[in-house]
Ligand binder design. Structure first.
Ligand code: NAP
Ligand code: ZN
Length: 345
């Protein structure tokens, strides 16, 4: 099946319209007519070569929502007409200890990313900036009714990437949680942490988005450009989620953790970050990382969001605005996720 898509032809090059091939629907597959595809900063890191060489041309997009239009003969989990989602992962071995535990994203044999990855048949996966995609039904999520499909798309990456550490590190009543960076991931983290009952603080570069942050559920909002922020909040937080796509001074943020507090890095900048161990040992603090989330947890997150009326704040764009949207994301000028209306392809 030949379908319209938007691809980056080479590292750092603007995306342009193209046509790609989707495989025939196998017994375990579903064919999805894509409605919306979110733009994640990871798409930009990939296209710009921040994370190393890529198998160009790359069709990015791992925040996919659409409708099932065909199912394989063995598929029981989804039916034609269902609204579904696909996140960052389209396959894994299913047999290793991590897969069996529901941590398919940490598959010992390597999970298959939704784009720029080698699929099990040896072809290169191509993502959601396209009109259709064929995916193994086990990696396809059900999007609950009640979440607007455009607002649901970012949940498939930004939502699960923040929900997973917030749940794992116990964000909830009586816990003080700080979110660093109010972009795509950050604004989802604020909404989810608030819904979980935590006391939420946003740490943003400036106070420009303060009103939004408080409306999204934050209790406090501070500018990290103001050095007094770091004095005022020293030792305060049980959990800090760092969503920043660039290098930050980790030691300054570690100093904001209480004894036994944890800073979880989900941001994935190109450059290494450094830690002074005294920032950790002086208060038994932890520095951790977390990558997306397993399939069952992703479904739990979607159901949680539906129950709490949570969707992303989105700016829906046409496909030909993708390059401009990338520029705006890079300039921290996103409120708070660009989502491509794939009907414009
Ligand atoms: P985004 O929408 O661009 O948000 C990042 C935010 O970080 C910006 O809005 C900005 O917030 C802040 N920021 C940007 N540059 C900064 C700088 N130089 N210093 C301080 N703060 C800065 O990006 P995103 O889509 O949320 O993704 C964020 C990062 O997470 C990316 O690196 C992405 O690749 C990564 N990611 C990781 C996973 C995972 O599984 N671990 C999954 C998805 C994405 P303020 O304006 O509020 O300061
Ligand atoms: Zn992503």
């Amino acid at each position: 099946m030949r379908v319209n898509a938007y691809a980056a032809p080479a590292a750092g090059q603007p995306l342009a319209p193209t046509v790609i091939e989707r495989r025939a629907v196998g017994p375990d597959d579903v064919l999805i007519q894509i409605e919306f595809a979110g733009i994640c900063h990871s798409d930009i890191h990939t296209v710009n070569g921040d994370w190393g060489p890529q198998p160009f041309p790359v069709v990015p997009g791992h925040e996919i929502v659409g409708v099932v239009t065909e199912v394989g003969s063995d598929v029981t989990r989804h039916r034609v007409g269902d609204r579904v989602g696909v996140g960052c992962m389209v396959s894994s071995c299913g047999e290793c200890a991590n897969c069996r535990r529901g941590d398919e994203q940490y598959c010992e044999n390597g999970m298959v990313g939704t784009y720029a990855a080698t699929d099990r048949d040896g072809t290169t996966t191509q993502g959601g900036y396209s009109t259709h995609v064929v995916v193994d039904a086990s990696y396809v999520l059900s999007v609950p009714e009640g979440i607007d499909p455009a607002a649901a798309a970012p949940l498939l990456c930004a939502g699960i990437t923040t929900y997973a550490p917030l749940r794992r590190w116990g964000a909830g009543p009586g816990r003080k949680v700080a979110i660093v960076g109010l972009g795509g991931l950050g604004h989802m983290a604020v909404k989810i942490a608030h819904a979980l009952g935590a006391e939420v603080t946003v740490l943003s570069q400036s106070l420009k988005k303060q009103e939004d942050g408080l409306r999204l559920g934050a209790d406090e909002y501070h500018a990290t450009s103001d050095p007094s922020t770091f004095e005022q909040l020293a030792g305060r937080f049980d959990l800090i989620i760092n969503t920043v796509s660039a290098r930050i001074d980790l030691d300054a943020y570690l100093g904001l953790l209480a004894v036994d507090g944890t800073l979880v890095n989900v941001g994935a900048p190109a450059e290494p970050l450094s830690v002074n161990v005294f920032s950790l040992i002086g208060a038994r603090r932890s520095f951790a990382g977390s990558m997306i989330g397993g399939i069952a947890l992703t479904q739990e997150m979607l159901d949680f969001c539906a129950e709490h009326g949570i969707g992303a704040e989105v700016e829906v764009i046409a496909a030909d605005q993708v390059n401009e949207a990338y520029e705006r994301v890079l300039a921290s000028d996103v409120r708070y996720r660009f989502v491509i209306d794939t009907a414009t392809l």
